[in-house]
Ligand binder design. Structure first.
Ligand SMILES: NC(=O)c1ccc[n+]([C@@H]2O[C@H](COP(=O)([O-])OP(=O)(O)OC[C@H]3O[C@@H](n4cnc5c(N)ncnc54)[C@H](O)[C@@H]3O)[C@@H](O)[C@H]2O)c1
Length: 437
């Protein structure tokens, strides 16, 4: 394979960084993945992946073996790369504001250790105006000659991240000059994929507004689900009928316990803060967040009403990951829901196909005190007063529900993801409570 130039990836052991690094290496670029987490670097050099992502492990091993993917904790190793992707985290502060400090410190660190100028391409999700502020920050520190800022927001989805890298929905690049934007887009632009070259602020806002739109769509269908329960309609049929309209489309129209995970809620909160800072109201987006927060409480209330209280009740929870095909529990609904169950006096047994212990979910031992971890859904259900479905894992759809009923002390299934056919469960004598059905 033709060997291309070197690229740097800062935060190269994170979810976005590692996918970016391995896929660019597969394309023939020498990918230098730099991360400050030396434990993760040691692990990957010994063959242990920092997280699960379908198709990624094979790609990492292949590109490490052919020498195109290298890992380092030395920022000076990025010197040979002309383009450097910033993939560090931007977690939410308690105020909802995005904490961009990792992005700033990573860029400063890179710039301070260079002898020539690099393009620093921000993949991390940052509020509109951040690239401009970073350019001024570099200028003030006399570092502008060593780092030129470009925005290239990432749209891939965990669970299909590698696939999304090869076939992105679009490539958006924000830069002060078209020439710079084209250079970044030219690194990997598969045929037929729309490319939008634009300004820093447009690119930054496209990312936040896209996630806010998806979050609002979920809250919209969850609000309709509330009415379905009152008028005897089935949200799954209603949703299907709505989604058949090509102007709407069927995606993100599944009613359930709402959106969770490391992006949608965090990015929505960050966008709301951006409105506050601009002294403008975002009534629709505020409502989308409120509906989501209520949904999380609603499922616990449903369980409580059915069991006549939760004190002393034994609940089996299926699903810890925020969605199927990932072992990521960051901002997963399961955490606050299990905490609500525990504080109401219930005992909880959890099963997840990929997360078998707090350590497996990268949780602190005391994050979920007293929770038991079961090796199978049946073991979780054994002798329990209810089964609560929180993640729509395909294997849960395939469960022998007759056997599950026989395991349960009380045949009650509260399904936060609407994965079963209500008629079939009711025929089995299971009290089945979905969302909007
Ligand atoms: N996870 C997703 O699905 C997704 C999708 C699209 C966009 N994003 C955005 O991408 C960004 C990264 O998200 P993530 O989920 O990959 O985060 P992550 O926490 O998985 O990874 C961040 C990595 O950056 C490293 N790091 C932190 N500071 C560093 C520094 N100064 N120098 C070098 N390395 C440093 C950390 O050790 C970690 O390995 C966020 O802004 C997120 O909002 C994430």
């Amino acid at each position: 394979m033709e060997k291309k130039t070197a690229v740097g990836i800062v935060g190269g052991l994170g979810h976005i960084g590692l996918i970016q690094a391995a896929c660019l290496a597969k394309l023939g670029y020498k990918s230098i993945a730099y991360d400050i987490n030396s434990a993760k670097i040691k692990d990957i050099q010994r063959g242990k992946m920092p997280f699960y992502e379908p198709g990624l492990e094979e790609l990492v091993h292949e590109t490490m073996d052919n020498g195109l993917l290298v890992f380092t904790t030395r920022v000076t190793d990025l010197q040979e790369a002309e383009m450097i992707f910033i993939c560090t985290g931007t977690p939410a502060l308690p105020s909802g504001e995005a904490d961009t400090s990792q992005v700033y410190s990573a860029i400063e660190e890179v710039a301070r250790h260079r002898s020539n100028q690099a393009l620093v391409i921000i993949k991390s999700t940052v509020p509109a105006g951040t690239c401009r502020k970073i350019a001024a920050f570099l200028q003030e520190r006399d570092l502008a000659a060593r780092a030129a800022v470009v925005s290239c927001p990432e749209f891939l989805r965990e669970g299909s991240g590698v696939q999304d890298f090869w076939k992105p929905s679009r490539i958006v690049v924000g830069a002060p000059s078209r020439e710079t934007a084209e250079k970044v887009a030219g690194l990997y632009s598969p045929p037929g994929i729309p490319i939008l070259l634009t300004t820093w602020e447009n690119a930054e806002l496209i990312k936040h507004a896209s996630n806010a739109f998806l979050a609002s769509k979920i809250s919209f269908i969850n609000e309709i689900a509330l009415l379905c329960e009152q008028v005897g309609a089935d949200i799954r049929v209603v949703s299907r009928g709505i989604g058949l309209d090509p102007r709407i489309n069927p995606h993100f129209l599944e009613a359930g316990i709402g959106f969770s995970g490391p992006c949608l809620e965090k990015d929505l909160k960050s966008l709301l803060r951006q409105f506050q800072e601009a002294k403008k109201e975002a009534k629709l987006l505020e409502a989308a967040l409120r509906v989501n927060e209520e949904k999380r409480r609603e499922i616990v209330h449903k369980l409580q009403a059915k069991l006549g209280g939760l004190r002393g009740r034994r609940i089996a929870v299926l699903g810890m990951a925020f969605k199927p095909q990932t072992d990521d529990v960051r901002d997963s609904h399961s955490l606050p829901i299990i905490k609500q169950l525990l504080s109401a006096g219930a005992s909880v047994t959890v099963h997840d196909p990929w997360i078998k212990s707090p350590r497996g979910g990268r949780l602190a031992e005391n994050d979920l005190p007293g929770v038991e971890w079961a090796s199978s859904p049946h073991a979780a259900a054994q002798g329990k007063d209810a089964l609560l479905i929180l993640t729509a894992w395909p294997e849960y759809r395939e469960l022998d529900l007759k056997q599950i009923k026989d395991c349960l002390a009380v045949p009650l299934i509260v399904d936060g993801r609407n994965i079963y056919e209500s008629g079939q469960l009711r025929e089995l004598g299971i009290d089945y409570q979905g969302v909007g059905i």
